[in-house]
Write a protein that binds this ligand. Structure first.
Ligand code: ADP
Ligand code: MG
Length: 371
């Protein structure tokens, strides 16, 4: 397999026009025609790549998607506020209008690719969060332009690749979030490499149901119970919660064991489970965490996620956190600078761990400057 081309593989960039695919899909709020950026982290995260290029004399034009405008222009997803912020952070760097305003972006149309690369000499992909999508701006430009991975994309691939292929053991994965079905592919792939799996969040109820436990009104995917049973019968250890916190049938806050009464809803792992999970995380040498342990957006059900986040911050293990909600939880608890790597791509990090490659990486390896 040819290696991933890096910025150094572009050769002399001086005087060249470089199209940089960034992930400026930033959180915003406010009325549709006057949106305000609430966190510019993703814009700042692209600066190492942008500055590397501009300091060597390149002209940089960035392109990103924002939200889901479904192939046509809508005020809510205009790049205007982001362009203004980029001008402050990197004066002179341009930003195209939202890529998804054109239906050709998601359908990967040749005509849209031709329009995108028009007037450019080189292409850089620094949008790890979009690298799992074979969209026009991801797959198209490397077919004709000399191309490279930007610094953000490079670091993601180095960290996730090392963890996937040469983890220090014990390697454990802590998985949560709402649904098993969202993550079945990665669960199966992780089971072949990890030493143990820790399961919390909404998905634990499908596993508990597979062990014959009543789950009350908790989120539970009946069509996945058989799969979970097979995984539980497999050779790898799967740690499940031993206590649950949630709402009883009357809607009052309540604590349970792992047998939920009729009408009760499990919304977080209990303190005993959080303590047991902490022990597993402390004993590991590599930890991958994806998915909150409960409905942490509600402070009553944030404790399990907070305890696990603290353990991930405290352990001596090499720690990687992937997933938009997990990263948001980590930031909310002020622990995001205490882990080794917070992946900028939720779906992309899971797909990379599952398959070991992404469409956006394959496209770069096929670029004309790669021998
Ligand atoms: P990530 O974005 O980190 O990959 P997910 O999107 O898979 O995580 O899952 C996050 C969502 O899962 C959160 O909105 C959270 O409220 C929800 N969730 C976690 N535990 C439960 C639960 N027990 N019941 C319902 N929803 C839950
Ligand atoms: Mg999510």
């Amino acid at each position: 397999m040819p290696r991933l081309p890096l910025l150094e593989d572009l050769g002399d960039v001086s005087g060249k026009r470089v199209l940089v695919r960034t992930d400026f899909n930033v959180p915003m709020e406010g009325p549709d025609n006057a949106r305000v950026i609430t966190d510019d982290f993703r814009i700042r995260a692209a600066l190492p790549t942008i500055n590397w290029l501009t300091s060597r004399g390149a002209t940089v034009v960035c392109a990103s998607h924002l939200g889901r405008p479904k192939g046509q222009p809508v005020d809510k997803y205009s790049m205007t506020p982001i362009r203004a912020r980029l001008q402050e952070l990197a004066p002179g760097v341009e930003l195209m209008e939202n890529l998804r305003f054109n239906a050709g972006e998601e359908s990967n149309s040749e005509a849209f690719v031709a329009q995108l690369v028009q007037g450019f000499d080189m292409y850089v992909n620094d949008a790890f969060g979009a690298a799992h999508r074979a969209h026009a701006s991801v797959s198209g430009p490397p077919k004709t332009l000399p191309s490279a991975a930007g610094r953000l994309l490079q670091r993601e691939v180095e960290v996730l690749g090392e963890m996937r292929n040469h983890p220090k053991r014990p390697f454990i994965a802590v998985l949560g979030g709402a649904k098993v079905s969202d993550k079945l592919g990665v669960i199966e792939a992780l089971l072949s490499t990890v030493d143990a799996l820790v399961i919390g969040g909404g998905m634990c109820f499908t596993f508990l149901a597979a062990k014959g436990m009543p789950v009350g009104s908790s989120i539970c995917e009946l069509d996945q119970v058989a799969v979970c049973k097979r995984l539980l019968d497999g050779p790898k250890q799967i740690h499940l919660p031993e206590d649950i916190v949630g709402l009883d049938a009357e809607g009052n806050y309540a604590t349970f064991g792992v047998r939920l009464p009729d009408g009760a809803k499990g919304l977080d792992i209990g303190p005993g489970s959080a303590a047991a999970f902490t022990d597993v995380i402390m004993d590991a040498r590599t930890v991958f965490w994806n998915g909150p342990m409960g409905m942490f957006e509600d402070p009553r059900f944030a404790a399990g996620t907070k305890t696990v986040a603290q353990a991930v911050a405290d352990t001596k293990a090499f720690t990687v956190v992937g997933g938009g909600d997990s990263a948001a939880a980590l930031a909310q608890f002020g622990l995001d600078d205490q882990v080794d790597h917070v992946s900028t791509g939720g779906g992309a990090s899971l797909e990379y761990l599952e398959l070991g490659d992404l469409p956006g990486l394959a496209a770069l390896r096929g670029a004309p400057n790669v021998r």
